[in-house]
Design a protein around this ligand. Structure first.
Ligand code: SAM
Length: 349
């Protein structure tokens, strides 16, 4: 199997293409990438006959910034008969042992309109593939529909992929939160911190600083976790949130603010040059002013992967020079638009 299909936010295909090309090369898996603007996925085409399999084995999915999900392609079906979709799809799924079946589609308007079709197919297709299922198999069978008659069929590795078929968790906007941005921080915690560690990293009575906090969507998340928050912003904070008694609002410049004592969490959602935000984060981490950090890097430029790679490498090298043993995880989350989210935690955590 030579091809790997990787999904992304529509509009970010060239960034994902540049990223996977570079990372596949670094793994010694050579090939090229087919990417069309706004289709919500790219195809890595390996030169060797087992290139796809080697790639999903060697490259950690969690290290990909712009990819939401991936699948090792077995077949591209482009003329599925509308009166018998189950037959040809089931036939294409007999190459590898699989533990369950996923049906997904691109995050485009046309893609989303296919959710009805996948719901309709769920029963008959699940029934048809039942004899192929083995509960301990290391693959999910995966059908990625482009239309009612076209689909990419293949396999997603159970232990090296997003745990959500579409690549992101479904989160509900809390009605009490002061802004929609609140879901960015919630998703960051869910996507970037492994479940067993989440409870020990996010605890009541922890101290947090929110840089660029107004009107308070991220602060609201911290308050929900029972934390005491210092919110830095010249703009006004949501009144109900301030009434919680857990927030101190300082109208100061976030780039100049220094905490009196180290805190547990630093979060930052300021719209500024990514290199400038990165430097600010380096300062907080190297000086030990915070233990954990979640921050956004806004990416208004064209070559976003190049910018992201350079910034992440620079943060990593500044941390190492400062003897600061940190791990960084970066991802373009579902709730991120022209931006990515980075999570930093001590390496031994
Ligand atoms: N995370 C917030 C929420 O969920 O409600 C939204 C933050 S908004 C995208 C960015 C905020 O950063 C704005 O309120 C802006 O006033 C603030 N900001 C930008 N530059 C700043 C600076 N130098 N110091 C303090 N706040 C700043």
């Amino acid at each position: 199997m030579q091809q790997v299909l990787l999904t992304c936010r529509p509009g970010f295909e060239s960034d994902l293409a540049a990223e996977i090309q570079e990372k596949a090369d670094a793994c010694g898996v050579f090939g090229f990438v087919r990417a069309k603007a706004d289709q919500g996925f790219v195809i890595f085409e390996g030169h060797e006959s087992d290139a796809g399999k080697t790639l999903v084995r060697k490259l950690a999915f969690a290290d990909l910034v712009f990819a939401r999900q991936w699948l090792l392609v077995n077949h591209h079906l482009d003329s599925i008969p509308v009166d018998d979709r189950v037959g040809p799809i089931t036939e294409s799924l007999s190459a590898l042992p699989m533990c369950a079946l996923w049906m997904t589609f691109p995050d485009t308007n046309e893609g989303k309109s296919l959710s009805r079709l996948t719901r309709k197919l769920e029963r008959p297709l699940s029934k048809a593939v039942t004899p192929l299922l083995q509960s301990t198999a290391p693959w999910y069978g995966h059908v990625f529909f482009l239309s009612g008659s076209e689909a990419w069929v293949g396999y997603t590795p159970v232990n090296n992929a997003s745990q959500w078929p579409l690549g992101f968790p479904r989160l509900r906007q809390p009605s009490a939160a002061p802004s929609r941005s609140t879901l960015k921080l919630e998703e960051a915690w869910v996507q970037l911190i492994a479940e067993p560690q989440r409870a020990s990293m996010l605890k009541p009575f922890q101290k947090a600083v929110d840089l660029g906090a107004a009107p308070g969507g991220w602060t609201w998340q911290l308050v929900q976790r029972g934390m005491q928050v210092t919110a830095i912003d010249n703009g006004p904070m949501d009144k109900t949130l301030m009434d919680s008694g857990q927030v101190v609002h300082l109208r100061e410049d976030a780039f100049a603010y220094i905490p009196k004592r180290p805190v547990d969490w630093l979060v930052c959602d300021m719209v500024d040059k990514p290199a400038r935000v990165a430097e600010l984060m380096e300062r907080w981490l190297v000086n030990g002013w915070t233990r954990f950090a979640v921050f956004n890097l806004k990416l208004p430029m064209k070559r976003r992967w190049l910018e992201v790679r350079q910034i992440l490498e620079k943060i990593q090298s500044v941390l190492e020079e400062g003897n600061c043993r940190y791990q960084l995880k970066a991802k373009q989350l579902y709730h991120d638009r022209e931006e990515i989210t980075v999570f930093a935690a001590p390496r031994d955590y």
